[in-house]
Design a protein around this ligand. Structure first.
Ligand SMILES: Cc1ncc(COP(=O)(O)O)c(C=O)c1O
Length: 425
């Protein structure tokens, strides 16, 4: 007898059973294999990858879902992007020194791209709470700044209904004033002048704010933010940067290294961390031309580059922007007694470190970050291996293309630079 009809009948019966019971119950392994089919990555992300590069979609989805659980809330406005910056191990410096050198990525603050976002936001919030600023009333914030605070203020002013008028020295990188203009701020680039001169950028901002308030023909008031003296500056770091570092390090920090412009960062972080970590060393990174190194080491504000008859420019004689100063400010004094030591960094070292970080780590940083990293690496060498040193990466090199990075030159893919060439040890 022909066996084919029986074979068809059996096959049809088996298919029916499979469909009834559910494919997966009878052959779970096969079902899982179908579901977990590996998809070649080049079929998703374009050509050019070898077929062996696969992703497991199920694993990916599981991981994404797990990550989702940590997203706690949707923020309100650009202000929600201020703070909570990543902390990461700077691989090249850590490997070369045997210490963990950690960079707090403050350049990732999402309003104005620097730690000044925290300060600008806190100064504005504090003034609002004190009834000194009213949104959409014509109130204008005036500030004297080398740029970063101005950019953060101008951004947050836009978001909260204020106008910004920024006074800055004319020798600072033009990227910063160009950006301020794009944010709709009024920008005064004034020639560098001593602090006793009414045309010094800080004095000019203070005077313009007073003129605005006194003028009955103008809408709103003039508010002088005054980052050098305003206590809301160091408090922003006491409430934000310091606690974040403590948390991200699980309470294990041996040293904190930072430069000072107003002094708000170093003072605020030191005031938060020191009571919790009595053995913590707080170290000032100071560029050439700044008097702060001597203020810490010897109690007097003085730098040989600034002595009478030798000064080339009025503020601080360095190509580094944002840190270094030659007068006492309330924000620096708020933390001065907590600073254990100071490390001087010259322009050549800062330029070489900026090149090193780009070359070895793909980190394109600005001048003050480079100074901080020189000081952190030098401290690591002096302390010996095993220490955990945290420093601040203030802003991106894109803010310094026309000045600092013009001096630093291009990165040509060199790999033979030695850290000792930079540190001179
Ligand atoms: C780029 C940059 N880095 C660092 C600082 C220094 O921070 P602080 O004023 O908190 O000392 C400033 C200050 O203006 C800055 O602009």
């Amino acid at each position: 007898m022909d066996s084919r009809p029986r074979l068809y009948l059996c096959t049809a019966f088996l298919c029916g059973v499979l469909l009834t019971l559910g494919f997966k119950d009878v052959y779970p392994d096969l079902e899982r294999r179908f579901r977990r089919r590996r998809v070649p990555i080049n079929s998703i992300a374009g050509a050019g990858l070898a077929p062996k590069d696969h992703i497991d979609l199920e694993d990916r989805t599981k991981k994404i879902n797990e990550a989702d659980r940590h997203v706690v809330e949707i923020g309100e406005g650009i202000e929600a992007c201020v703070g909570n910056t990543p902390l990461f191990r700077i691989k090249s410096l850590s490997e070369e020194t045997g210490c963990d050198i950690l960079g707090k990525a403050e350049f990732l603050n999402g309003a104005g791209g620097s730690p000044k976002d925290r300060v600008a936001f806190n100064m504005i919030k504090t003034a609002e709470e004190q009834g000194l600023l009213t949104p959409h009333s014509g109130d204008t914030i005036y500030e004297g700044t080398v740029g970063s605070t101005g950019i953060s203020l101008a951004t947050i002013c836009r978001a909260r209904g204020y106008l910004a008028h920024i006074c800055m020295p004319s020798d600072q990188a033009t990227e910063k004033s160009d950006l301020l203009l794009k944010l709709g701020a009024v920008v005064d680039r004034v020639p560098p002048a001593p602090i006793i001169d009414p045309m010094h950028f800080v004095n000019r901002a203070r005077n313009l704010a007073a003129d605005h308030t006194a003028d009955p023909t103008r809408a709103g008031r003039g508010y002088f933010a005054d980052q050098f003296e305003n206590q809301a500056n160091w408090q922003a770091h006491f409430e934000g940067t310091g606690p974040e570092i403590y948390q991200q390090c699980g309470g294990k920090v041996d040293a904190f290294v930072a430069g000072a412009g107003t002094g708000g960062t170093i003072a605020g972080v030191a005031r938060f961390l020191k009571p919790k970590l009595p053995n913590l060393r707080v170290v000032l990174a100071d560029p050439q031309g700044s008097g702060l190194f001597n203020r810490i080491k010897n109690g007097v504000m003085f730098d040989p580059l600034e002595r009478e008859g030798t000064r080339r420019r009025s503020q601080v004689d360095t190509i580094v922007e944002g840190i270094g100063i030659n007068r006492v400010t309330a924000n620096f004094e708020a933390g001065r007694e907590l600073i254990d030591d100071a490390i001087k960094v010259n322009d050549e070292e800062a330029l070489a470190m900026a090149r090193w970080l780009a070359e070895k780590d793909g980190m394109f940083v600005g001048s003050s970050s480079a100074v901080n990293c020189v000081a952190a690496a030098r401290l690591a060498r002096l302390s010996g291996p095993g220490q955990r040193i945290v420093t601040i990466l203030c802003d991106s090199g894109t803010r310094h293309l026309s000045k600092f990075w013009t001096h630093a030159g291009d990165i040509g893919g060199r790999t033979d630079t030695k850290l000792s060439h930079i540190l001179g040890d």
